[in-house]
Write a protein that binds this ligand. Structure first.
Ligand SMILES: [Ca+2]
Length: 206
């Protein structure tokens, strides 16, 4: 084999490897020159299905699961807040009486292993009327966020009456799917309810 033939063979092999790597872009592992995928959060703004104005629904939120007192709501009648986007949002309630500690979770697929991500969302507290706890007004409670069980944000300050955006600390994906869980702090008896809207997964830039 001549030196020219050897050079051609090496170039050909290099081209094949390059093509294979390019073809793997958008998959599960970070490759040089290929941007990591951005996982999509299903029903991230809690607008589906549409509820009647000022109505609420315990659980049954497409894309999401949870435990105890959680669900989604529309408008401001029961809850004292419209959505950050649209008119709907999630609620998670904790109480040492009644349903106990609520939480809400979505397992999101599409992470690129080796890429760095962060979770952002909007948070405020429930302020609407509550007949049962009229003498003990609705209060917010610090929120924590977990990714596959690892704390990535919080506890936040006690949320107030306006929507505030929070962004988690970045984490490097070691698998392609993550359970993103929101856990409000269990404080005591009463209505300790936080509202959540517009949950996003973003690429964390160094
Ligand atoms: Ca919304």
């Amino acid at each position: 084999m001549t030196s020219m033939m050897k050079s051609c063979l090496l170039l050909s092999i290099a081209g094949c490897v390059s093509s294979i790597l390019a073809g793997c872009g958008g998959g599960g592992t970070v490759l040089a020159g290929n941007p990591p995928s951005v996982p999509a959060v299903a029903n991230s703004g809690f607008e589906s299905p549409a509820l009647a104005a000022n109505d609420w629904n315990q659980a049954l939120v497409p894309g999401w699961s949870g435990r105890n007192a959680w669900g989604f709501a529309n408008g401001s009648g029961q809850w004292g807040a419209g959505g950050h986007s649209g008119s709907q949002y999630a609620y998670v309630r904790t109480s040492t009486g009644g349903a106990g500690a609520g939480e809400i979770t979505q397992t999101v697929d599409g992470f690129t292993v080796g890429a760095k991500y962060k979770v952002s969302f909007w948070l405020r507290k429930r302020t609407g009327g509550d007949i049962v706890f009229a003498v003990d007004p609705n209060k917010g409670t610090p929120m924590r966020v977990y990714a596959n069980g690892a704390l990535i944000l919080g506890p936040t300050p006690v949320p107030g009456d306006t929507w505030v955006q929070y962004t988690s600390k970045p984490f490097v994906a070691t698998t392609t799917n993550y359970a993103i869980k929101f856990v409000p702090q269990l404080v005591g008896f009463g209505d300790w309810t936080d509202l959540i809207d517009d949950v996003e997964i973003k690429i964390a830039t160094p």
